[in-house]
Design a binder for this molecule. Structure first.
Ligand code: NAP
Ligand code: ZN
Ligand code: ZN
Length: 349
């Protein structure tokens, strides 16, 4: 099937309307009519060639929601008409220890929703800035939210799970003080989710103007990280920090805010390295510096079910597909609160 999509032919070219081919659903495949797709900062890194190895044409998009329009003969998990989501993965080896553990995100054979290996033309997977997608049923999630919330559910598929997974792994909850660094697409979900899990939430932002927004998102405290005295007031106070910042910065400024045995988890993925932190800031208090990548399929379903139950969605600005290049510039300028979502109906018939 030929469908419309938005993608780029090179890292220094704008995204443009393309015609791409989706395979016919195989026995275990689900075909989805995409209703909305969130715009993640990773999309921008990848399509502009800021991370190594981008293959062109590149169609980004891994915060996909829509409805099932066809299923293969052996599909058992989903039916035509179901409201579903697809995140950052469309397949994996399905048999290694990571896959067995439901942590397909760490499988060496994980296939990204875009720029991943595939036998389908053109040789790399093409993502969700498109009218439809065909995905193995194991990588299709159920969305229990009301249909009217669907656009705002889309960012849960990456921004939501990428913050949920470390919050759960490092036991964010009642009695824990959790820092969320960077109030963008990921960070705003981190604040909502940490709050809903029962933690005391401290938001860190470089943008003074986001203070009131961060409080409205659920932060108990907001610290403007450019203010040294406000930073010093948080010294040795946090059990966990989830750092979402998309650019290199001084990690020591945050490591010193951890209690003994506290952990800072890096989820932001800048294209150039952070300056190396001071070893003494780690060894003096047995602190840990960790990383985390999206989340596995079972925990993604857990997060979606939790959000449906607690009425949690992203704060979004809906855009037409042809506004994507301007949206990238506005994302870089920090002008979006907090996620752009493409209305896939604007991709045309
Ligand atoms: P975003 O919406 O652009 O938010 C990033 C936030 O970082 C900004 O809102 C800003 O918050 C803060 N920031 C501070 N200094 C910055 C600078 N110089 N440049 C850019 N941001 C700066 O991005 P996002 O979609 O949340 O993604 C954040 C990062 O996570 C990206 O690198 C993305 O590739 C990565 N990511 C990783 C995973 C994973 O699995 N680990 C998954 C998805 C995305 P303040 O204004 O509050 O300071
Ligand atoms: Zn993403
Ligand atoms: Zn595997």
């Amino acid at each position: 099937m030929t469908v419309h999509a938005y993608g780029a032919h090179a890292g220094d070219q704008p995204l443009e309307l393309l015609s791409i081919t989706r395979r016919d659903p195989g026995a275990h495949d689900v075909q989805i009519d995409i209703a909305f797709c969130g715009v993640c900062h990773s999309d921008l890194h990848q399509v502009r060639g800021e991370w190594a190895g981008t293959l062109y044409p590149c169609v980004p998009g891994h915060e996909i929601v829509g409805r099932v329009s066809a299923v293969g003969a052996h599909v058992t998990r989903h039916q035509v008409g179901d409201q579903v989501g697809v995140g950052c993965m469309v397949d994996s080896c399905r048999q290694c220890a990571d896959c067995e553990a439901g942590l397909e995100n760490y499988c060496d054979g994980m296939v990204g929703t875009y720029n991943g290996p595939t036998p389908d033309a053109p040789g790399q997977t093409l993502g969700g800035y498109a009218q439809s997608i065909v995905v193995h049923e194991r990588f299709v999630l159920r969305v229990g939210h009301d249909a009217s919330q669907l656009a705002a559910v889309a960012p849960l598929l990456c921004a939501g799970i990428t913050t949920w997974s470390p919050l759960r792994h490092w036991n964010a909850g009642p009695g824990k003080r959790v820092g969320i660094v960077g109030i963008g697409g990921l960070g705003h979900m981190g604040i909502k989710l940490a709050r809903a899990l029962g933690a005391h939430v401290v938001a860190f932002t470089t943008s003074k103007s986001k203070r009131a927004y961060a409080e409205a998102l659920g932060a108990h405290e907001v610290v403007v990280s450019r203010d040294p005295s406000a930073m010093a007031a948080q010294a040795q106070s946090l059990d966990l920090i989830v750092n979402t910042v998309a650019a290199p910065h001084d990690l020591d400024a945050y490591l010193t805010l951890l209690k003994r045995d506290g952990t800072m988890v890096l989820v932001g993925a800048p294209s150039t390295p952070h300056p190396s932190p001071q070893v003494f800031n780690l060894i003096m208090k047995r602190r840990a510096l960790a990383g985390s990548m999206i989340g596995g399929i079972p925990e993604t379903q857990e997060m979606l079910d939790f959000c449906a139950e607690h009425g949690i969605v992203a704060d979004i600005e809906l855009i037409r597909a042809d506004e994507i290049n301007a949206a990238y510039e506005r994302m870089l300028a920090g002008e979006v609160k907090y996620r752009f979502v493409i209305d896939s109906a604007t991709l045309g018939a």
